[in-house]
Design a protein around this ligand. Sequence first.
Ligand code: KG4
Ligand code: ZN
Length: 352
Amino acid sequence: MSEYAERMKKKAAAFKGRDDLLVLGIESSCDETACAVLRGKKILSDKIASQVEIHKRFGGVVPEIASRNHVLAIDNLVKEALDTAGVKQEELDAIGVTYGAGLLGALLVGESYAKAFAYALDKPLYAVNHIRGHIAVNFVAAPELTPPFVCLIASGGHTAVALAKDYDEIQMLGTTQDDACGEAFDKVARVLNLPYPGGPQIQTLAEKGKPVIHLPTPFKGSDTLDFSFSGIKTAVINYANTLKMRGEELPAADLACSFQELVTDIMSDRLVRAAHMCNCNKVVIAGGVGANIRLRAKVAEKAAANNLTAYYPPIRLCTDNGVMIAAQAMCMIKAGRSPADYDLDADAGVKP
Ligand code: KG4
Ligand code: ZN
């Protein structure tokens, strides 16, 4: 351990029991550069520089272009986040940065910036797992929430149900065997000629449709908590191709609606079933697909019917943001995790 890391460990030891820490969160794992300042569970600032418009014309995120735009955005965004929060950089207690999962080049931009920033200020730096950040943002959105709870992780890169045993302790109960649900939303959107990112587009189109198209239910009759979305996605593609070959018009709204209903049924079922299995009365939604109104409605309805309390962040905090990274850094501090050393590396494929 370096002398810097030894010193940071001592600084972090003094954080014990404090719930008013000033933490800066930095996120750059995909196509949003995001920075936020939290004081405890209070959001002092929340800045996002989205690259969605840049990547839209390519139909998805182009990694190298994402990295370059993070480089352009990050310094100003950190300054803006501090200014809006009314906080001087010297006043920060700690910094959290996403080290994975995500696009390697994009991660390295945020991480290099955060390492230099933390080192120059002599502040502890926490290496945050992005997926855990999606979970942790719920502690900010609902300050009364405490572990344990059962959690649905539904993002562009991951889909799982997990038991959050403590602030930084997760037990996986089921994961996707192939595509993530957000990935399936994005791929189906492409088949329907909708722009990137597909999730919100499918949601809007689905409002005009009915769930009348039969799509296959994965693991039918099984009580597994695992997920599989590639069969559903392939069924949508085949359905669209068959109609195209016949020269018939694609009922895009019905297809979007049928897809969304099936996928949100599966996810809400798994979440409630996992809560029963764990004998847990709190269910939590995390990740970008958590913004989906049908998923939120179904989880609320099934939770109420099963005497469970449901938590989900406001829409803005479901997709990638800096608050979630600061929130997870706070969870790591609560759990007594050590700050990172300056040899911290990025890990594109880290698991939740
Ligand atoms: O969590 P997130 O922002 O990034 C990752 O960590 O992957 O999730 C992005 C995913 C994208 O696939 C996007 O299409 C999906 O979340 N998404 C939605 C909605 N809003 C975003 N999917 C369904 N309905 C939405 N309203
Ligand atoms: Zn995310």
